[in-house]
Write a protein that binds this ligand. Structure first.
Ligand code: 5GP
Ligand code: MN
Ligand code: MN
Length: 327
């Protein structure tokens, strides 16, 4: 957990060089925005900075187009340069950065975490963790203020993107006065909410919408308990010509349905099944995700499973029934 103030972390970064900034697997808008936003700030201070991808996996097309510097990110397994400082952003644990990035972290002269996930493990020597922050990019924004760099341009686009994605367009329970205040600052300093929202949200592939229609139409609804479960198989992806990231927004459709307080989406990958959980009420879905070896936030969490889709659905149904009974 936190063992320093943001000022102390800023002071510790200033004398260092050769930064490697790392996020988590399946990088989302907050992860990429935090990495690229921090990189933009540090480069203004004359630092050499590399943003690494934990896995050699494609960045979601909309974020790739929108976020300045996204195309220059390097797979962690290919980075063999110096590591004066390792900074993990939007990621709390070694498990979430994978083997290659762990290798980079292990040879770093200094290491830092800037994050908003509440976990007990400490991955880096200096950690600033604020579970009340709606996004990690809010922390990057505050840090950039302390580093006295210009925040207009690339940096503000990255920070606003992370904020609008992690709050689901300022809709989720993490949306609070502080996040609105900082969003307002970002707009004053040049963020363009309409163009960022258009690039991220009004830009769905047809395949993504087809996955959504499929998932909604086959969802099982447990009306009395207030939860819904659905899934997408490799066959669905093939049929619509969809890629992995096309399935990311589908959980939001499921959770937006009236009477659904907790939603679960299971997605088949080549080697595993990925699960996402979202809560609209005060059910702690991170606890459910942890029971499957995953984790996350109270209202948004994820996990990985193995075995058949039918088994996965059965296990999740049992866990949700139990969680609802315990409430
Ligand atoms: P998503 O459903 O978008 O993949 O993940 C929602 C949240 O849960 C993310 O903020 C992420 O931090 C967390 N999360 C997702 N999958 C995992 C996982 O496998 N392990 C852990 N520890 N956290 C996860
Ligand atoms: Mn994230
Ligand atoms: Mn985040």
């Amino acid at each position: 957990q936190t063992n320093c103030t943001l000022e102390q972390l800023a002071d510790a970064l200033r004398p260092l060089d050769d930064f490697v900034i790392c996020g988590h697997v399946s990088p989302d808008g907050d992860c990429l925005g935090s990495q690229l936003g921090l990189a933009a700030a540090l480069r203004q201070l004359g630092k050499r900075v590399t943003c690494v991808l934990v896995k050699d996996e494609p960045i979601e097309e909309n974020l790739l187009q929108l976020l300045p510097g996204a195309a220059d990110m390097v797979p962690a397994c290919e980075y063999d340069g110096p590591v004066g400082a390792f900074v993990g952003v939007d990621v709390p644990t070694r498990e979430r950065i994978g083997q290659a990035a762990c290798g980079i972290l292990d040879r770093a002269q200094a290491s830092f975490t800037i994050d908003h996930h509440a976990v007990d493990e400490r991955m880096c020597k200096m950690a600033y963790v604020d579970p009340d922050a709606a996004s990690t990019t809010l922390l990057i924004w505050e840090l950039s203020g302390m580093l006295s760099v210009s925040r207009s341009g690339d940096l503000v686009t990255c920070c606003y993107t992370g904020l609008v994605t992690d709050t689901g367009r300022f809709q989720y329970q993490n949306t609070d006065a502080r996040c609105m205040r900082l969003a307002s600052q970002m707009v004053e300093e040049g963020a363009d909410p309409a163009s960022i929202s258009r690039a991220v949200f009004q830009n769905r592939t047809l395949a993504s919408m087809q996955l959504e229609a499929q998932a909604v139409s086959r969802a099982e609804f447990h009306e009395r308990e207030g939860f819904a479960i659905s899934y997408l198989t490799l066959q669905d992806f093939a049929r619509f010509g969809a890629v992995k990231s096309d399935a990311e927004p589908v959980i939001n459709a499921l959770r937006s349905i009236a009477g659904v307080n907790v939603a679960c989406m299971l997605r088949q990958h080549e080697d595993c099944i990925r699960g996402s959980l979202r809560a609209k009420d005060d059910t702690d879905v991170s606890a459910i995700a942890r029971s499957f070896g995953g984790g996350g936030h109270v209202a948004a969490a994820g996990f990985t499973m193995h075995g058949s889709m039918q088994e996965a659905v059965d296990q999740v149904r049992a866990a949700l029934q139990e969680a609802v009974c315990a409430r």
